[in-house]
Ligand binder design. Structure first.
Ligand code: SF4
Ligand code: F3S
Ligand code: ZN
Length: 103
């Protein structure tokens, strides 16, 4: 599962589509965590798609990740500022790849 303390245990190494990327990143095999309020561990995501289907405010968008061992697309928290903290995505992800900091 995604480390809920990732902002302490990882370094911010990049930005993507207006959100942070937390390393380590070594493309294409290692992609890190995208987002901060809504964080998706790209190295765990298997492109199940439940988060895209269930998020009531369309926070997630697919991004292509060719060459990643788990899946060749990932749920990117492209609109994390719109999140209403319903926690549906956290509940439905089969591999616990999503952390929402509702604090
Ligand atoms: Fe969308 Fe709810 Fe997840 Fe926020 S917590 S990203 S609103 S499903
Ligand atoms: Fe990936 Fe989990 Fe969404 S596997 S596509 S983050 S439901
Ligand atoms: Zn991203």
């Amino acid at each position: 599962a995604i480390d809920p303390q990732f902002h302490e245990n990882r370094d911010k190494v990049d930005e993507h589509a207006g959100h942070a990327v937390w390393g380590p990143v070594d493309e294409p095999e290692e992609l890190g965590i995208h987002g901060t309020h809504v964080a998706v561990d790209f190295d765990l995501c298997i492109a199940d798609g439940a988060c895209l289907e269930d998020c009531p405010v369309d926070v997630f968008e697919w991004v292509e990740t060719p060459g990643h061992p788990e899946s060749e697309e990932k749920a990117d928290p492209a609109n994390e500022a719109q999140c209403i903290d319903c926690m549906l995505c956290v509940d439905v992800c089969p591999v616990d790849a999503i952390d929402v900091d509702a604090g």
